[in-house]
Design a protein around this ligand. Structure first.
Ligand code: ZN
Length: 123
């Protein structure tokens, strides 16, 4: 799967989401009030932060991992041919993680010998 992001871009997106979520809990602007007063309120805020950041972290990590492991389509799992190529279209699918919904990109490969498509990662 070809990555459209660098590590720096992934890092920046994760940090942006994290600081945006943190600012909703502890606004840097001192004129904005802090919400909640009990430990239960703070726990709920921590959960919201987790749910805001974990999907982004998983999405970015998956993109970087796929880019590192899938430079080519590899061998066809149906006929064993190496006459394969990565298809240009990238499909997106939404999965449910413990931290919330995660959108992962998937690039299929196709075999020129048997014309079947497959996932180069085997997923
Ligand atoms: Zn094949």
């Amino acid at each position: 799967m070809a990555s459209t992001r660098t590590r720096q871009e992934a890092y920046d997106r994760i940090c942006q989401d994290f600081f945006s979520a943190l600012d909703r809990i502890i606004p840097l602007d001192e004129s904005k009030p802090l919400k909640g007063q009990t430990l239960r309120d703070f726990e709920l805020q921590a959960r919201e932060l987790k749910e805001a950041i974990i999907p982004t972290l998983l999405e970015e990590r998956a993109v970087l991992s796929a880019a590192a492991q899938m430079p080519t389509a590899g061998r066809c799992p149906s006929c064993g041919s190496e006459r394969t190529y990565l298809e240009s279209a990238v499909r997106q699918r939404e999965l449910r993680s413990p931290g919330g919904p995660v959108v992962l990109s998937r690039q299929d490969a196709r075999c020129r010998a048997c014309n079947r498509s497959f996932s180069p990662s085997g997923s």
